[in-house]
Design a protein around this ligand. Structure first.
Ligand code: ADP
Ligand code: MG
Length: 264
């Protein structure tokens, strides 16, 4: 194990099911937000979490890296395992979970600092040495598909970048600490078509190395970039499978209604 309480990357060449979610439930008082969600999320795969607004998509991915615990009113039951290790185990450090399972939000969350320092943020937190910071920032900016646009002036303010570039910078910030899983919560919802296309191209590359879980309510986006789709409705998984099976031959009426645009 490279970091004490979580299995290392060396153990990750095993069978599918990098992340295993079992009987996950989240409630706010008597109200169930997620109800008995069981899902297997494979390595080196883009998994789309698809469903209408309010069905629990954001809450679901926040459970995958324990971000959900930042909402103290929510009660969580069930288990989430990374390479067999229960992430909610008392001995597991939530900060470590959030590095191994990085997250990018709906709107770019850049800090009013340079491009370099934005990408280096997580590395600074773990006191990486300067050489490693330099190397990891460059590597992360390349993997995020941003390097060619910014490498000549990394000291420029991140706030001067376009929205799409800022979002790729947020992806680079998550990648810099070498996560095994990247969670993306509707990462293109605030972007124009060009910005969207660049993020989608980045996601397609990333799955060669890591698992990507992307929340979207956009059927077209799921079709373009995902290998698997889990369709959520009212806090439950209605069906899950290979993207063409779910989007072209859904078994459930609710899925069909959603993908044919009869409800959004
Ligand atoms: N911290 C919270 N406390 C109470 N209710 C919440 C909380 N977070 C989310 N919810 C509710 O859970 C439901 C699902 O929300 P969310 O996961 O954001 O859905 P989606 O991302 O699919 O739009 C919504 O009705 C929302 O109001
Ligand atoms: Mg959401």
């Amino acid at each position: 194990m490279i970091d004490g309480s979580l299995p290392s990357d060396a153990a990750s060449s095993g069978p599918p099911g990098l992340l295993e979610v079992e009987h996950l439930g989240v409630s706010a008082g008597s109200r169930k937000i997620l109800d008995d969600v069981t899902l297997s999320l494979p390595d080196r795969t883009v998994s789309a979490v698809l469903g209408p607004s309010g069905c629990g998509k954001t809450t679901f991915i926040r459970c995958l890296n324990r971000m959900v615990e930042l909402s103290p009113a929510l009660k969580i039951v069930g288990s989430v395992r990374l390479l067999g290790r229960d992430l909610y185990d008392r001995e597991v450090d939530p900060a470590l979970v959030r590095r191994r399972i990085g997250m990018v939000f709906q709107r770019p969350t850049v800090f009013p600092q340079s491009i370099f320092e934005n990408a280096a943020f997580g590395l600074r937190l773990v006191h990486a040495d300067e050489d490693e910071v330099d190397r990891s920032v460059m590597d992360a900016l390349k993997r995020a598909g941003l390097w060619d646009e910014v490498h000549d002036d990394l000291d420029r303010s991140a706030l001067a970048l376009s929205g799409g570039q800022q979002q790729r910078l947020c992806i680079a910030r998550a990648l810099a600490v070498k996560p095994r899983v990247l969670l993306l919560d509707e990462p293109t919802s605030s972007l124009d078509p060009h910005g969207t296309q660049r993020i989608e191209a980045t996601v397609r590359h990333l799955k060669e190395e890591i698992a990507v879980v992307i929340v979207t309510h956009n059927v077209g986006q799921a079709a373009r970039i995902s290998d698997r789709v889990a369709f959520f409705h009212a806090g439950r998984v209605v069906e899950v499978g290979a993207t063409p099976d779910i989007l072209e031959r859904p078994r459930e009426a609710l899925t069909e209604q959603f993908i044919t645009g009869r409800f959004t």
